[in-house]
Design a protein around this ligand. Structure first.
Ligand SMILES: Nc1ncnc2c1ncn2[C@@H]1O[C@H](COP(=O)(O)OP(=O)(O)O)[C@@H](O)[C@H]1O
Ligand SMILES: [Mg+2]
Length: 275
């Protein structure tokens, strides 16, 4: 068996999902592997972002979140800490008064969300992330909206990653279970062949078993070379699979480290992990 550069000491030890042989999501893999190397900074970074909604007060205060190639970065923190706001800032959905967003070394702070998608950002927002009245397959087709080329192969790859979606491809997405809907949302984002994937609470409202399955699939995507920036409310489980982790409190970086470091940190344990 070939050794994957992404087979590392991540908390999830289920090697059976490590399918490194296939050409899964290969275009994104190659794209994500090339440049940034020169700059030495993360592939995607929201750097010292300060800003809020419209003319309202600042929600983020010099907040930094980032994702490296081949890695999973996780953002945790209490409700209302600004996790979703930070994700929206990185995606260009709110004004960043200070700080910058860079993708693969390029300053994209002033690009629209649409332009960021074209640059290679895939974003799955926390709410309203699928079209419930459309079929599963139509949702995936909508995901490919920016593409002019043939996206059939990518759809096959998404169906390989989430086989249940193939079975249900002609059903309205609104009829699916919570976990299956999240698969549709992630699959839709993958249809653009993103260079980086941003997920806001992909396991919200699903059972622990379904959560584990979703995490396994997310690890699988990361191992194809697509960096993942993910907000999670299941802090302990998320830190277990995180290469890099950020705890946000009141719009500020409170703790940053590897998932392991934060799991071992006395203060993080007491404040955010229930001891
Ligand atoms: N669309 C919005 N307009 C104005 N304020 C908002 C909006 N969305 C969130 N907020 C405020 O921003 C703060 C952070 O919210 P949010 O980023 O959703 O937190 P989290 O995702 O960490 O739970 C909260 O005080 C919330 O009320
Ligand atoms: Mg949120």
């Amino acid at each position: 068996m070939t050794k994957s550069p992404y087979q590392d000491d991540r908390g999830n030890k289920d090697r059976s999902i490590t399918n490194t042989g296939g050409g899964t999501l290969t275009a994104a893999k190659n794209a994500a592997r090339d440049s940034v190397a020169q700059t030495g900074e993360p592939f995607l970074i929201g750097d010292a972002m300060t800003g809020g909604y419209g003319k309202g007060p600042d929600i983020l205060h010099a907040c930094t979140i980032a994702a490296e190639k081949g890695e999973i970065a996780v953002i945790v923190g209490p409700n209302g800490a600004g996790k979703s706001t930070a994700m929206k800032a990185v995606f260009g959905m709110l004004n960043v008064n200070e700080g910058a967003v860079r993708l693969d070394g390029e300053d994209i702070t002033h690009l629209s969300p649409q332009q960021r998608v074209v640059k290679g950002m895939g974003f799955v927002p926390q709410t309203s992330n699928i079209f419930t009245s459309m079929t599963v397959e139509e949702n995936l087709e909508m995901g490919a909206f920016i593409r002019r080329d043939d996206f059939k192969d990518t759809m096959t790859q998404v169906y390989d990653l989430f086989p249940i979606l193939k079975d249900k491809r002609n059903q309205p997405a609104g009829e699916l279970s919570g976990g299956q809907r999240q698969q549709v949302a992630v699959g839709r984002a993958l249809m653009t062949q993103p260079k980086v994937l941003m997920l806001d609470e992909p396991t919200a409202g699903v059972s622990p078993i379904v959560m584990d399955e979703l995490f396994d699939r997310i690890i699988e995507v990361a191992r194809t070379g697509i960096p993942i920036l993910m907000v999670e409310q299941n802090a302990r489980q998320a830190l277990e699979i995180a290469d890099k982790a950020y705890v946000l409190v009141q719009g500020r970086n409170a703790h940053t480290g590897t998932g392991k470091e934060l799991l071992a940190d006395e203060q993080v344990r007491r404040s955010f992990l229930g001891g």
